[in-house]
Structure formats: structure tokens, C-alpha cells
Write a protein that binds this ligand. Structure first.
Ligand code: NAP
Length: 307
């Protein structure tokens, strides 16, 4: 148990901030956790469940004297929040965030970071389809990756401390530049979410298949898309609006591959399909070998409870 930052301020009190608060306490990484969220309702819930030591009614109050400030709001709200807290940040403090897109967050937040404050953006690659102050849990970051994206003049000591902090929250840390981060995430997260949203949307449109059939027979694959497509609409709207280029690049490639697969199906090219699916199966194997998912059939669901 080593205190890395005496006071940590969390701006936004949803899934990610809540999980950070729980994991800070699990590891004893701070003496005080302060928090702020936009709505009185969220602040009240946070107080009721003791999410932070103190929940403030303004962001400015929450960041006062904080050694680490983490912006955990949707990507589209980062600039507003940064502008609000900028003048109240302590000299020598570290300002970080957890936004799912990095280049646009850096562009929008950097202008409001005062001299003497260390700005080190971050992105923990961990989440669930749940949101809000009650959805966080201490284990969320365990054995997941957190990518730190230092800006041009990020202070090295501040970077070392933030790295220690994320490791103590349970994560493995990697350092990357913003453009590369946004491309990697377009492949591993953003495009897959859009495809899941589309697939669930398509099923909703298929009138010859009734809603009841879609729901009852969903275990055949569809429901794994529905989990992803149940993710927070505000967060995901902001992700696509802010990672336009990389997402469109990956979706372009996706469309081309989809056409190739369609052609193979139409032409009865079994070899093409078989080779393609053999390649994708190997990628799944790699994810399991890296400890990023379970090898248990059906993602470890209890099959005795399946109908
Ligand atoms: P969440 O559960 O929906 O929580 C968002 C929080 O931000 C809420 O407390 C909300 O307050 C607050 N908020 C929204 N607009 C605000 C504003 N203008 N000023 C102050 N507070 C504001 O979201 P989350 O899943 O924790 O996501 C937070 C960030 O983490 C996002 O940038 C997202 O891209 C990133 N991220 C998410 C995941 C994931 O899987 N969920 C994974 C990695 C990173 P109210 O409740 O009062 O509206």
C-alpha cells in the first residue's frame, strides 16, 4: 500500500471513474478521493454509496489541491470540463483522462492546461456495457491494458508516477502516440462496436423474423452482438465523431473484405471461406493465450442454464 497521489480528483462519476475509485481504495493509492459529476442525481448516488471521500457540487471545488485529476466524462465533454477546471489546477499536479479517443482529446484539452501542470492522457482498455455511478468495480482493470499517451513536453517523473498508479490499479501499461492509439482502437474497439450496432439494427428491421424469434434464438450468436450494442449511446456517439478518420479507414477495409466473402459465398468458393475462418480462429487463440479472454466454451456461460 503506497500512496502515489495524496489527493485524486475524478471528474465524471460513471463506470470508469467508479472503478478507479474502488481500485484506488483496494490498493491504498490515495489519502483522499474527491469527485464531481454534472447532474445532482449522480452526485447524490455517489454520496449515498460512498464512491468518493467527498463529492463536490462544482468541478473547480473537486480539483482544488488535487495531485492527480482524471477526466472521466464522454470524449465530447472533455473540452468544456478542461476549460472549467483549468484555472483551479494546482501547480505540479498531473491532469489525465480516460477517453476512448486520444488525438481529439489532446487537441481539445491541451489549450486549457496551465503552465506547470503535467498533462498525460490515458486510456484504460477495459469496460462493460453498463454505465453510471453504480456500475464500477475494483477488478475492472485487472490484467487489462492501459495506454498512456504523453504529449510533446510531458514530464518524465509525472509519467513514471502515472504508470505506477495504473499498474497499482491492476493494469499493464503501454506507451503510444495518439495517432497510433486511435488507429489501433479503431480496429479493436470502434469498428467492432459499429458493426455490432449495425447487426442488431438489421435484426430489428427484419420483419419476417419476429422479435420473439430474435430474442429466443439469440444464443446462436446474435446476443454477443447485443451486449456490445447495449453500450452507452452518448459515449459511442462521441467516439465516432472524434475518431472519424481511423474508423472510416477500417470500415472501408471491412466493406472490401465483406464483399470478398459475399463473392466467395455466391461463387461457392469453400476454400476461400475455410482459409479465411482458419485465419480468424488463430486470432482468437492469440487473445486467449494473452489472458485477455476465457477459453471456456461460450465465454464461460453456464450452459446448464441455457434453454
Ligand atoms: P458513464 O458511466 O456514462 O459516466 C460518464 C460520467 O460523466 C457521468 O458521471 C456523467 O455525469 C459525467 N458527465 C457527462 N458529461 C459531463 C459534463 N459535461 N461535465 C461533468 N460530468 C459529465 O461513462 P464511462 O463509461 O465511465 O466513460 C467515461 C469515459 O471513459 C469516456 O470518455 C469513455 O470514452 C471512456 N472509456 C469508457 C469505457 C467503457 O467501456 N465504458 C472504456 C474505456 C474508456 P451524469 O451522470 O451527471 O450525466
Amino acid at each position: 500500500m503506497t500512496v502515489i497521489y495524496k489527493k485524486v480528483a475524478l471528474i465524471g462519476l460513471g463506470l470508469i471513474a467508479g472503478s478507479i475509485a474502488h481500485a484506488i481504495r483496494r490498493a491504498g493509492l490515495a489519502e483522499t478521493i474527491s469527485g464531481y459529476a454534472r447532474s445532482a442525481e449522480t452526485r447524490d448516488i455517489a454520496r449515498e454509496i460512498g464512491l468518493c471521500d467527498v463529492v463536490c457540487d462544482t468541478a473547480a471545488e473537486a480539483v482544488k489541491d488535487a495531485d492527480l485529476v482524471i477526466l472521466a466524462v464522454p470524449v465530447g465533454a472533455m473540452a468544456t470540463v478542461a476549460q472549467e477546471i483549468g484555472p483551479h489546477l494546482k501547480a505540479g499536479a498531473t491532469l489525465s483522462d480516460v477517453g476512448s479517443v486520444k488525438a481529439s482529446v489532446i487537441k481539445n484539452v491541451a489549450p486549457f492546461v496551465p503552465e506547470g501542470v503535467h498533462f498525460i492522457p490515458a486510456h484504460p482498455l477495459a469496460g462493460t456495457e453498463h454505465s453510471g455511478p453504480r456500475s464500477g468495480f475494483a477488478e475492472l482493470f485487472d490484467n487489462r491494458w492501459c495506454i498512456l499517451v504523453p504529449v510533446e513536453d510531458s514530464d518524465n517523473n509525472a509519467l513514471v508516477d502515472l504508470r505506477k498508479f495504473w499498474e497499482a490499479l491492476g493494469a499493464n501499461v503501454e506507451i503510444m502516440d495518439a495517432q497510433h492509439h486511435d488507429l489501433v482502437l479503431a480496429v479493436t474497439s470502434h469498428a467492432p462496436h459499429l458493426i455490432a450496432y449495425t447487426m442488431v439494427g438489421v435484426a430489428d428491421d427484419l420483419r419476417r423474423v419476429t422479435d420473439k424469434e430474435v430474442i429466443n434464438f439469440s444464443a446462436a450468436g446474435f446476443r454477443d452482438f447485443t451486449r456490445i450494442a447495449a453500450s452507452d449511446p452518448t459515449m459511442w456517439r462521441d467516439v465516432f465523431l472524434n475518431n472519424k478518420e481511423a474508423t472510416l479507414e477500417i470500415l472501408g477495409r471491412f466493406t472490401e473484405e465483406l464483399f470478398d466473402l459475399q463473392r466467395a459465398i455466391r461463387g461457392g468458393d469453400g476454400d476461400y471461406l475455410h482459409n479465411y475462418f482458419t485465419r480468424t480462429r488463430a486470432i482468437r487463440r492469440g487473445i486467449i493465450d494473452a489472458g485477455q479472454d476465457t477459453d471456456a466454451p461460450n465465454f464461460g456461460r453456464d450452459l446448464t442454464k441455457e434453454s
